[in-house]
Write a protein that binds this ligand. Structure first.
Ligand SMILES: Cc1cc2nc3c(=O)[nH]c(=O)nc-3n(C[C@H](O)[C@H](O)[C@H](O)COP(=O)(O)O)c2cc1C
Length: 206
């Protein structure tokens, strides 16, 4: 064993084989509105991401499947069990990921209330994890993204710089049929590259 080996307790000749597990990344649909555009945008992100050759398991997480009460609100006795189960399922599901892609519509220059309420249920589940942002709105959801970055900072989630911003005017027909321009692929790749790199790094410190 060489000098460095003695110092660090292993042979310097011995090569370490690090087998990296697949990362798990949740693609969270941030709207529960009937007729929402969020679903088709999430599907686009899922299809785009899974075509890349990353060692990542992607999963769409639909807020609609978690009928959360407004945090702290009084819930009728006959609804209590359902609300508690939804909160537990939501917490467990979110805790199972290394990182997230949040699909955020813009409502009144911020994220929607359903997503904010769902985020308010979380804290340790997301600490030291990573997020990428995909938005849509008249300005690509850019103002919702800035709002989201403040919230993620408080939850100790590292949000990556590059976001994907779909315009309701040019990436949708009649603001409802999704026709994304090709150039979004560059931003989506940059965003995913960074989310994956950071997610691997953050896994080491958790
Ligand atoms: C209550 C409400 C407020 C909105 N405010 C904004 C806004 O401030 N800026 C914007 O670009 N779009 C705004 N929109 C348009 C939404 O971004 C658009 O309807 C989007 O499709 C909503 O996401 P969803 O279809 O997934 O629910 C608003 C829509 C609603 C319903």
């Amino acid at each position: 064993m060489g000098f460095l080996g003695k110092l660090f307790g292993k042979s310097t000749k011995q090569k370490e084989t690090v087998v990296e597990e697949n990362l798990k990344i949740g693609i969270v649909i941030g709207s529960v509105r009937e007729g929402r555009n969020g679903e088709v945008v999430a599907k686009w992100v899922y299809d785009f991401a899974t075509k890349r050759n990353d060692r990542v398991e992607y999963e769409i997480v639909d807020l609609k499947e978690y009928p959360l009460a407004l945090l702290g609100a009084n819930v009728a006795d006959n609804e209590k069990h359902k609300a508690e189960m939804a909160a537990k399922d939501w917490s467990d599901k979110i805790a199972s990921f290394d990182g997230y892609i949040f699909i955020t519509p813009e409502y009144n220059h911020a994220i929607g209330g359903a997503l904010k309420n769902a985020l308010d249920y979380l804290n340790p589940e997301v600490n030291n994890k990573v997020a990428g942002l995909v938005g849509y709105g008249s300005l690509g959801g850019a103002r919702a993204h800035e709002n989201m970055r403040l919230i993620l900072g408080e939850l100790q989630v590292a949000d990556v710089r590059t976001a994907v911003t779909f315009s309701l005017m040019t990436d949708f027909e009649n603001m409802s049929t999704f026709t994304p321009a090709d150039y979004h692929a560059d931003n989506a790749n940059q965003m995913l590259d960074q989310v994956i790199a950071w997610a691997r790094a953050f896994k080491q410190i958790r």
